[in-house]
Write a protein that binds this ligand. Structure first.
Ligand code: SF4
Ligand code: SF4
Length: 406
């Protein structure tokens, strides 16, 4: 038995790899371990061995796939345009389907089912908010203790889906807005900043009520059938909108790949824009103001799903410059910070090693602020950075500057 799901890596996808090894130096897990099986080429070799019937999907195969962060840095380095992220999601789907242990069950329950339920996410967020106010999050063990790095969850817990916001004058257009699974509750200030910036540019912003989680976490964790259901629901929810603005890099990257996940998904994928690219374009065309020339230095960290998966690099820097800041590079290679969604929980040692390395890079800049455009990266940075360094979102910084100069 080789593959059993519709999501498995195909032979033609696997054959695009020419084994050149150019991806090895950019792979965080290879950099840490020096082990070929922890490299993109090694992982593809394992997938090929299953595809050719030489090995089965067993515990060792699962281990080799699970250590991957799905950061997609290898795709940028690859001269053969290997779609590594797509293949890895397929391999993870196979592991979940063929090794149905307690971990697969837990994965499906949390990332496939609970995360798609707004009431379940609101309840969890409410519990986190209460725990934060009772000052008990600090006693949580291991990687779960990273919850202390979360922003304070507002109580009552806010929800964006089902609401709309109008600009001050006649709208220049309408954009749909992805509420997300935990962005609403855990990063509501980012949502507020993005919506206010879009209103300032003259847009009516609508968050359709029947939308759900984008499904990225489910896809990454191997709950592929659940991810497909979420994609299908969002295809319906966002029908009729010319643009869908998404302000979490992991979500926008995943939705741009909806063509693999649902009928009509390719059409929705064409209409998805990451908030960074949309707002940077609005600034560039003069629909949003440049507050000043950009003089205050600020370190900048690139989320993998912005930099590697979507190749969005200049845009957050343009937004910071328009807010009056001068971005300072900390890592031209954009190495993963180790957050990687649920990876922080499943592989705490590798996640922490990469978190420490990233913190060293940020601290070397010697600045009091670092900008990062993804909630998972923010949490990871706050966990490992020395006291006195703030982590901020580029669009929050921009909205703060615009609001102060209104
Ligand atoms: S996605 Fe990231 S961790 Fe996984 S093989 Fe590629 S570079 Fe390495
Ligand atoms: S760079 Fe691309 S073609 Fe070369 S080994 Fe890595 S995945 Fe294969």
């Amino acid at each position: 038995m080789a593959w059993v799901t519709d999501f498995a890596p195909t032979t033609s996808e696997l054959d695009t790899c020419i084994d050149c090894g150019l991806c090895l130096p950019v792979c965080p897990t290879f950099r840490v371990t020096g082990d070929e099986s922890a490299s993109p080429r090694g992982r593809i070799a394992a997938m090929r061995a299953v595809d050719r019937g030489l090995i089965g999907v067993d515990d060792r195969f699962a281990e080799v796939m699970d250590l991957c962060l799905q950061c997609r840095a290898c795709e940028v380095a690859c001269p053969s345009l290997v779609q590594f992220g797509r293949m890895m999601e397929g391999a993870r789907a196979e592991v979940t389907a063929q090794l149905p242990d307690w971990k697969a069950f837990a994965t499906r329950t949390v990332f496939g089912r609970a995360i798609a339920s707004r009431s379940a996410v609101v309840l969890l967020s409410w519990m986190v908010g209460v725990a934060q106010r009772a000052h008990v999050t600090g006693v949580l063990p291991g990687a779960v203790g990273k919850v202390t790095a979360l922003r304070r969850v507002p109580l009552p817990v806010p929800t964006t889906a089902g609401h709309e916001w109008l600009p001050d004058g006649e709208p220049v257009g309408t954009v749909a807005f992805l509420a997300g699974c935990v962005m609403d509750q855990w990063y509501s200030d980012v949502h507020v900043a993005v919506i206010q910036v879009l209103r300032t540019a003259g847009y009516r912003v609508v968050a359709p009520p029947n939308q759900t989680c984008c499904g990225a976490l489910a896809a990454h964790e191997g709950a592929a059938y659940d991810a497909a259901k979420m994609a299908a629901r969002n295809v319906d929810a966002f029908a009729g909108y010319d643009l869908v603005v998404v302000d979490s890099a992991g979500c926008s990257a995943h939705m741009k790949g909806y063509g693999h996940w649902a009928a009509g998904g390719a059409d929705l994928a064409e209409r998805v824009v990451d908030a960074n690219e949309f707002i940077a374009a609005l600034i560039d065309e003069g629909s949003l103001p440049k507050v000043s020339e950009g003089k205050v230095p600020i370190a900048i960290q690139d989320p993998c799903h912005l930099r590697h998966a979507q190749r969005i690099v200049d845009e957050p820097r343009s937004i910071l410059r328009a807010a009056g800041y001068a971005p300072v590079e900390i890592d031209p290679a954009g190495m993963c910070c180790g957050a990687a969604g649920a990876y922080q929980l499943s592989h705490p040692e590798m996640s922490d090693e990469l978190g420490v390395r990233k913190a060293v890079q940020v601290e070397a800049a010697g600045l009091p602020r670092v900008a990062s455009a993804n909630p998972g990266c923010e949490m990871q940075l706050k966990t490992f950075l020395a006291d006195g360094i703030d982590v901020v979102h580029p669009i929050e910084v921009y909205w703060d500057s615009v609001a102060r100069h209104k």
